[in-house]
Design a protein around this ligand. Structure first.
Ligand code: HEC
Ligand code: HEC
Length: 432
């Protein structure tokens, strides 16, 4: 009996464990803390460690053996075992690893190819190749080619995965909804965004709901979501997370000449400046016919999905989605930290801020993304480098469906300003 009891207690403890690795520093919590995603989706830690060794042939480029997942642009910091955007939790006696918010919302910037990258929490993940990582996992599991084409480096399809989750007949989804690819946004200053209609298409005006819907991206669903851990991240995004100041020289006199240009043309939609988000139309939606940008992301979110999303969290009535809506255009977001948000527009189709001030015909038609060396002259990342150390950057072809680089053009959007005014406006935007 005694032996049985000892074994029973051991089994109980062993198989009911649910202990995340925790961090006292809030930025570490954001980068490495668990959202609960490991409970349902976690990869056993030992497998996580051994896969890159056994399946070396599936890792692209020359990578550092101590930081194998850097092959997919995952960011390693000194003294940390796991890369940024991954978290560890012991579930039912097994250490498991999965992704968290930081995999899509932490990026890096370098001054020169030789400089050490600066890791910036809250900026769009500009170097991570999620598709490459997924392909690696599938290759390891099945040792055969995986052809998911929806998830691209630095971008993700937001609202087609929930359709799968809600058992939509994907074979009957009309072609107009197929391409939902969009750029990863920055997520600083959520508190100042309270009440604004955000997400790229302005389909939700609740900060809490945008976070809850985001947690699906980390593999956590209503029964597995770690609410206390989420709350900590949420509070930080709400109260403290802010972009770092532009680190290169700013010509203050030139910037001062750009301010009235910004105030006249841009402030009504994008807010007074990078810290004060007041403005007549900020957080509202500009009709697609007026903004004229690529409409695929807008069309991928539908009335039908909106109605069905309210069924998620069915057993948690107070957490059900109540703020989603179907819109008719794209939202006017504040531009805080805009220098780090390249490439621009909801689909990341315009390489630099300087290019956005040109009509579409003059914007680059093909460029590369995934490189983090900064270009202070055009304000954005250098976009003509196809690969580095054997790791290919993503070739962005603006001719493909969903990748259109048109729109946000004409008098109201600054593309008809004189060259001098454009330079001044560009300089002013560096202060955001
Ligand atoms: C797989 C990538 C991915 C993961 C993981 C992810 N996000 Fe996001 N996040 C996105 C994308 C893409 C959008 C833009 C959605 C759209 O409009 O289509 C977004 C939008 C947001 C927004 C809205 C920004 C705004 O102001 O409109 C917030 C807030 C946010 N995410 C927070 C989080 C939090 C918190 C987590 C972790 C629980 C998280 N995200 C995990 C990709 C991700
Ligand atoms: C009528 C409202 C409106 C005006 C005026 C306007 N914009 Fe925009 N802007 C938008 C909308 C809507 C988007 C999102 C479009 C998309 O992503 O497809 C946008 C996107 C942007 C982005 C990309 C943000 C990102 O994170 O990728 C930048 C930068 C920008 N605008 C700068 C400006 C500047 C500079 C001006 C003034 C010269 C200006 N805008 C004028 C509505 C406006």
């Amino acid at each position: 009996m005694a032996l049985f009891l000892v074994f029973a207690i051991y089994a109980l403890v062993r198989f009911s464990s649910d202990v995340p690795v925790t961090y006292t520093n809030i930025e570490d919590h954001f980068k490495y803390g668990s959202t609960g995603g490991e409970r349902g989706s976690g990869i056993p830690y030992s497998l996580w460690k051994v896969m890159p060794i056994i399946f070396r042939q599936y890792l692209p480029g020359d990578y550092d053996a101590l930081k194998p997942y850097s092959a997919f642009g995952f960011i390693y910091e000194e003294g940390k075992d796991l890369p940024v955007g991954t978290s560890r939790r012991n579930v039912q006696g097994i250490d498991r690893v999965f992704l968290n918010c930081a995999i899509c919302h932490v990026g890096t910037v370098r001054d020169t190819p030789e400089s050490k990258p600066r890791v910036i929490a809250g900026m769009p993940a500009n170097v991570v190749d999620l598709q490459g990582f997924e392909r690696f996992l599938f290759n390891c599991a099945f040792d055969e080619n995986f052809t998911a084409q929806r998830i691209l480096p630095g971008r993700v399809d937001t609202f087609n995965p929930p359709k799968v989750l809600l058992n939509f007949r994907m074979d009957r989804v009309p072609a107009s909804e197929w391409v939902g690819n969009c750029d990863l946004p920055s997520i600083w200053n959520q508190g100042k965004r309270k009440g604004m209609w955000l997400h790229w298409d302005g389909n939700n005006n609740s900060v809490e709901e945008r976070n809850r819907s985001a947690s699906f991206g980390t593999g956590a669903n209503p029964p597995t979501l770690d609410r206390a851990s989420m709350k900590r991240t949420e509070d930080w995004l709400y109260n403290d997370a802010a972009p770092p100041a532009y680190p290169y020289p700013i010509d203050q006199a030139l910037a001062a000449r750009g301010e009235p240009v910004y105030t006249e043309y841009c402030a009504q939609c994008h807010g007074k400046n990078g810290r004060d988000f007041t403005g007549q139309y900020v957080g509202q939606v500009t009709r697609i016919e007026i903004i004229g940008t690529d409409r695929h992301r807008l069309d991928s979110y539908t009335e039908e999905l909106c109605a069905n999303q309210s069924l998620l969290y069915a057993a948690f009535p107070e957490e059900r989605f109540k703020h989603f809506r179907k819109t008719y255009g794209y939202a006017n977001h504040p531009l805080d930290g805009v220098w780090l948000r390249a490439p621009y527009l909801h689909n990341g189709s315009v390489a630099t801020l300087r290019d956005l001030l040109e009509p579409a015909a003059n914007r680059p038609k093909i460029f590369y993304r995934g490189y983090d060396v900064y270009d202070p002259k055009r304000v954005g990342f250098i976009s003509d480098v196809p690969s580095e150390k054997g790791r290919a950057h993503f070739r962005f072809d603006t001719n493909l469906p969903g990748n259109g680089n048109f729109g946000h053009e004409g008098r109201d959007y600054g593309t008809e300003l004189g060259a001098g005014e454009k330079e001044a406006l560009l300089e002013y935007l560096k202060t955001f």
